[in-house]
Design a protein around this ligand. Structure first.
Ligand code: SAM
Ligand code: SF4
Length: 464
């Protein structure tokens, strides 16, 4: 494996100096930036870093594309649909740029890390001024300076296994909830997935850095921390510190304060009894696990390169439920993987019936350039796949409504996290949405509520 490098303190200091220079050049004006984010929580977390850097460059923020001096689109590559949405919306920025010719448009993130997409943007989207891939995030200030200083377009996409970077500034979008990245990249190469190609190899952050960041989040009033990684269960495998992911949960749980610890995503091949026991023992760990199963059929799982079987998955679910009765289980599933037959799809349905997930993210297979699955024979039509998808959704919605209804009459502890007086929003430990009729002054507090009603997607509750 190629040696992974650490970005030096000198390099980060250089980027900070550039941010200060740009801020000085912005003195006396308040340039506005709009940061638009597509895709997963990792992108949300990266956008918070982009905002953190822009703030240090003197920018304020807007959500109005016409008012913005700078538009940063942080893109996703996981499915074609996400890419089409990005390209459609970037095309629409022709109007804003026409109305405001000095406006700068930046595209970053996973979509543009793919060579063919970077080429397409270069050729067909001349309004885009700067393109950079996820590996260049720490160099954003330097790239901004180059873009602002010369009239030519800037393209910075580099093939690399990735680097270790610490200490980028962050502007969090919520005072109550925070993303905390514990590791970057992915080594799993599921045969359908583009993530390992665009995000590089697994790089875990040092445990001390993660724990220190969690401590400072709690001290600043954050009540809900989500630990992020593509496969948090392999946390630490690339370091010589001897710590695993469960250790992080234990140490963060020991930080004084009233808060919830969540995490995503857990790959079933590396989920362990130790992780479940730790979740059960740590009172601040949400009793919720997102455990994507992708398919209920062993042949498809093998073709997906997932390294677990249907039975293995079910044993994990049973173990999690044994150690944490009432645990909330959520998952991802792909319908229409190349060559998936009706019988194989039935195995997915029967797994959903058996597990009865609390929430399910359902996707139709989308071929991704350069992945093995994109060149596998795929004889089934889009219509056939859609019909399966609809059946799956119908089954899950029925289960979900029943599971939601089981909460009516229970008292649940929730974190009240937003909304207006009379209709506040709150989340249970298992991450269920609850509407509560109460005063806005309670936002940020944990309260007990009696669940009075349910729908497929949310619960109604009142304070007890
Ligand atoms: N690392 C996470 C894991 O393994 O569970 C998943 C990250 S991926 C961004 C989120 C989900 O997108 C996957 O779990 C999978 O269900 C779905 N996905 C990934 N590639 C896909 C593709 N080519 N077509 C359809 N769905 C896909
Ligand atoms: Fe993609 Fe698999 Fe890695 Fe998840 S574990 S990001 S699905 S390659």
């Amino acid at each position: 494996m190629p040696q992974l490098e650490t970005v030096s303190d000198e390099e980060l200091a250089r980027q900070r100096e550039i941010m200060a220079e740009i801020a000085r050049s912005n003195e006396g004006r308040r340039p506005l930036a709009f940061v638009d984010t597509y895709g997963c929580q990792q992108n949300e977390a990266d956008s918070e870093r982009i905002r953190g850097m822009l703030r240090l460059m003197g920018y304020e923020f807007t959500e109005d594309e016409f008012a913005a001096d700078l538009i940063v689109v942080n893109t996703c590559a996981v499915r074609e649909h996400a890419e089409q949405r990005v390209l459609g919306n970037v095309g629409a920025l022709n109007h804003t740029k026409k109305a405001k010719p000095d406006q700068k448009i930046v595209l970053c993130g996973c979509m543009v890390q793919q060579k063919h997409m970077a080429e397409r943007v270069k050729k067909s989207y001349p309004i885009v001024d700067l393109v950079f891939g996820p590996h260049e995030l720490y160099r954003f200030p330097e790239l901004m300076q180059t873009m602002l200083g010369r009239k030519k377009r800037v393209f910075a996409v580099r093939e690399t296994p990735g680097e270790y970077v610490e200490g980028l500034p962050v502007e969090r979008s919520s005072p109550l909830k925070a993303w905390l990245t514990v590791m970057y990249g992915c080594n799993n190469f599921c045969s359908y997935c583009v993530v390992p190609y665009v995000r590089g190899r697994e790089r875990s952050r040092r445990a001390a850095d993660v724990i220190e960041e969690a401590r400072s989040l709690v001290e600043s009033g954050v009540k809900d921390i989500t630990l992020l990684g593509q496969n948090v269960n392999s946390y630490g495998h690339d370091l010589d510190e001897g710590h695993d992911f469960a250790y992080l949960i234990e140490r963060i749980n020991a930080i004084p304060g009233d808060f919830v610890i969540r995490f995503m995503t857990s790959h079933p091949k590396d989920a362990t009894e130790r992780l479940f026991r730790t979740m059960a023992d740590c009172e601040k760990a949400a009793k919720h696990i997102h455990l994507p199963f992708q398919s209920g059929n062993d042949e498809i799982l093998r073709a997906m390169n997932r390294h677990y079987t249907r039975d293995g998955y079910l044993r994990l679910v049973d173990k999690a439920r044994e150690l944490m009765p009432g645990v909330s289980l959520t998952s991802d599933v792909i319908v229409g993987f190349p060559g998936e037959t009706d019988e194989q799809f039935e195995d997915t349905l029967s797994l959903v019936e058996r597990v009865r997930f609390d929430l399910l993210f359902t996707f139709i297979f989308s071929p991704r350039v350069g992945t093995p699955a994109a060149s596998m024979p795929d004889p089934f039509t889009r219509e056939q796949k859609q019909a399966r998808f609809d059946r799956l959704l119908e089954l899950h919605n029925e289960i979900s409504a029943q599971k939601q209804a089981e909460h009516v009459g229970r008292v649940e502890r929730v974190l009240i996290d937003g909304g207006e007086t009379g209709r506040l929003t709150a989340r249970t430990g298992e991450n269920r949405l609850v509407h509560v009729n109460a005063d806005k002054s309670l936002i940020g507090e944990f309260r007990d509520v009696l669940i009075t009603d349910s729908t497929t997607w949310s619960l109604e509750g009142k304070l007890v």
